[in-house]
Design a binder for this molecule. Structure first.
Ligand code: ADP
Ligand code: MG
Length: 242
């Protein structure tokens, strides 16, 4: 579903991604972890063309992201993205946050879009907040709205960039629970997170990055169960967060 092949990217002289190769198969959950500044956000942003890259190839469902003729808005509409900061439209109600792109991009009727919005808000446990504004919700609730908003587009895959790292600790689990459900329902997911409990529960594979390189790309069981086989850099990272 998502394929990175020898992807390199520079910011000026600084190489932020170094020959990165990995993939996420349909229905697979891949957790991306690594130290701050290692290139995790940049890697997932290249996947839906929020960041350009200079070398290599990225394919989403077979379509090359960097190729000149690629319809990027159409491609982005197929990939849901949830960031660390919720990035809801602050001046729109929860309902309007969920219906806007469905109507504008997918050309659904208001009635269709609202029905889908209600269904998803129910699924993330927020149907009673449908007419509130983002500022009236807690961080955990806002992040669940952001997930519902992304799902409203019926994405073929979801990208998450540290979705719980800006939340107060007591709100982390309500968001992770929604993500665990999504993973178990078979959603294709690439998740940047340091929540190793989440990784242990639902990840199929773990990608570990350091200094722009993919240092480890292995199954969850290899990552957590065979520490002796891991690189020094991954061991060091794990020793600090586990
Ligand atoms: P991570 O998500 O793993 O913390 P990032 O992908 O955000 O890492 O950043 C990787 C590196 O690229 C960092 O050293 C960061 O300072 C640098 N970087 C990120 N965005 C930019 C930018 N727009 N211009 C220049 N350097 C950047
Ligand atoms: Mg980041």
């Amino acid at each position: 579903m998502i394929e990175f092949k020898n992807v390199s990217k520079w910011y000026g002289d600084f190489q932020v991604l170094k020959n990165c190769t990995t993939s996420v198969a349909k229905g697979e959950v891949v957790v991306v972890c690594g130290p701050s500044g290692s290139g995790k956000s940049t890697l997932i942003k290249t996947a839906n063309a929020l960041e350009p890259f200079q070398e290599g190839e990225i394919r989403i469902d077979g379509v090359s992201v960097g190729a000149p003729g690629t319809n990027l808005p159409a491609l982005r509409a197929k990939i849901g993205m949830v960031f660390q900061h919720f990035e809801l439209f602050p001046h729109l109600s929860v309902l309007r946050n969920l219906t806007l792109a469905q109507v504008k991009v997918l050309k659904r009727s208001q009635a269709q879009a609202q029905a889908r919005a209600r269904e998803l808000l129910q699924r993330v446990g927020l149907e009673e907040h449908i007419n509130k504004f983002p500022g009236q919700l807690s961080g955990g609730q806002q992040q669940r709205v952001a997930i519902a908003r992304a799902l409203a587009m019926d994405p073929i895959a979801m990208l998450f960039d540290e979705p719980t790292s800006a939340l107060d600790p007591e709100m982390v689990n309500e968001v992770l629970d929604v993500m665990v459900d999504l993973a178990r329902e078979g959603m294709t997911m690439m998740v940047v997170t340091h929540e190793m409990g989440f990784a242990r529960k639902v990840a199929d594979r773990v990608v570990f990055m350091d200094q722009g390189q993919i240092v480890e790309d292995c199954t969850k069981d290899e990552f957590f169960g065979q520490p002796e086989a891991r690189s020094e850099r991954a061991k060091h990272f794990l020793s600090k967060i586990l």
